[in-house]
Design a binder for this molecule. Structure first.
Ligand SMILES: *[C@@H]1O[C@H](CO)[C@@H](O)[C@H](O)[C@H]1NC(C)=O
Ligand SMILES: *[C@@H]1O[C@H](CO)[C@@H](O)[C@H](O)[C@H]1NC(C)=O
Ligand SMILES: *[C@@H]1O[C@H](CO)[C@@H](O)[C@H](O)[C@H]1NC(C)=O
Ligand SMILES: *[C@@H]1O[C@H](CO)[C@@H](O)[C@H](O)[C@H]1NC(C)=O
Ligand SMILES: *[C@@H]1O[C@H](CO)[C@@H](O)[C@H](O)[C@H]1NC(C)=O
Ligand SMILES: *[C@@H]1O[C@H](CO)[C@@H](O)[C@H](O)[C@H]1NC(C)=O
Length: 317
């Protein structure tokens, strides 16, 4: 019922907005969303792991990881703007959205023989939403075949998820923080452990995001073309076939998330944004661009010029 409501809401948004950024893509099986590179040399334990990403009703890119013995699969957001990782628990607090319709997909610690509890509580706030629970430790995998085990991975087992804006249950089970370990409150991040345990070819990760056209049939007779996102999270390498030109190296100016100095090269019409350089962070989990109100106003105006009915995309922060 809720899904239908969202679908209808999104469809009417699309009709009003010519800039069709909202994808409608139903992920049915984990198989479709996960695909490790079968060309890899499996006798070499250190590998490159490729995780397929799709964007979804909430307009963010999702992939799958698994945790526990036997592995339980979770749809997660890979978040470069935070270092914290958590998974919704089956032992969730029933009056919060952690416990709603998708409950059976949540993490069941009693079903994992490698689960190690702790009594350390955690609390994370995102934009008014609060996630809380207890830290725990288990085996985790990013590869679909569960061959590359991350031992002793600590993360937050979320028993409460209080959503301020949207009280309904999220359509994913967790978040994997891809930021620096120094700012993590849910234990050493997955990637640091992978590097430390020698599971990756190189200590790098890369994220590839792309929009594609998909053809969808919704309800009984709604046919619509929308943009959908596809992408890949590549752990241990960068795939040069996925971009043209050269990569630009920037120094991280504040180690916490991936913050860097952005030069004033953005020109929209007669406007130059970020005139005296500005600081930027890359946020893989957020569908919006945030920035100084003056720059955001220029971007919104520009979007309306090329697409007059568009209400604008951006929040001012
Ligand atoms: C989704 O998966 C189920 C179970 O594997 C299958 O029965 C069903 O046909 C699938 N639906 C679509 C739209 O692929
Ligand atoms: C696979 O990796 C092993 C260990 O690093 C190496 O000895 C072997 O030659 C590799 N095989 C291929 C086909 O690359
Ligand atoms: C949920 O229940 C707990 C205790 O059972 C309470 O402290 C909390 O305020 C409740 N939250 C909401 C959103 O009702
Ligand atoms: C957690 O706390 C409970 C009750 O206070 C205690 O019985 C249990 O042993 C503790 N567990 C750990 C892992 O510290
Ligand atoms: C995981 O933790 C156990 C118990 O503390 C320890 O014996 C083991 O060496 C650890 N494994 C890794 C890969 O850190
Ligand atoms: C990064 O910092 C180093 C040392 O502080 C400096 O030598 C280098 O030029 C910087 N690179 C860029 C791309 O700014």
């Amino acid at each position: 019922m809720f899904q239908l409501f969202v679908a209808v809401a999104i469809l009417s948004m699309l009709i009003n907005a010519e800039l069709q950024r909202t994808p409608l893509y139903e992920t049915n099986s984990t198989q479709r969303s996960i695909d490790i590179d079968h060309q890899q040399n499996y006798s070499d334990k250190r590998r490159i792991i490729r995780i397929k990403l799709r964007d979804d009703h909430e307009n963010s890119f999702f992939g799958y990881i698994s945790i526990g013995s036997f592995p339980q699969y979770f749809k997660v957001l890979f978040d470069t703007s935070s270092s914290n990782s958590w998974i919704l628990s089956k032992n969730c607090r029933s009056n919060t959205s952690a416990c709603n319709s998708e409950l059976k997909k949540n993490y069941g610690n009693s079903q994992s023989t490698t689960y190690i509890p702790s009594n350390t509580s955690f609390d994370i706030e995102y934009d008014g939403d609060t996630i809380s629970g207890y830290l725990c430790t288990d085996v985790a995998y990013f590869d679909f075949s569960s061959l590359i085990a991350i031992q002793n991975q600590t993360f937050g087992e979320a028993i409460s998820y209080e959503r301020r804006k949207f009280p309904f249950s999220p359509n994913y089970q967790g978040v994997v923080g891809m930021g620096y370990s120094t700012s993590a409150i849910t234990g050493i991040p997955f990637l640091n452990n992978m590097v430390q345990q020698g599971l990756l070819l190189r200590p790098v990760f890369s994220i590839y995001m792309k929009r594609e056209y998909v053809f969808l049939v919704y309800a009984t007779c709604v046919y619509i073309n929308v943009f959908s996102g596809i992408g890949e999270l590549i752990l241990g390498d960068i795939d040069s076939s996925l971009y043209v030109g050269k990569l630009t190296n920037v120094n991280v100016t504040r180690k916490g998330y991936w913050q860097f100095n952005m030069k004033s090269t953005v020109q929209l019409g007669n406007n130059i944004l970020c005139e005296n350089d500005c600081q930027a962070i890359i946020d893989s989990s957020n569908p919006r661009i945030s920035g100084p109100p003056s720059a955001i106003a220029v971007i919104n105006k520009y979007i309306r010029t090329i697409s007059p009915n568009n209400p604008g995309i951006v929040s001012n922060r």
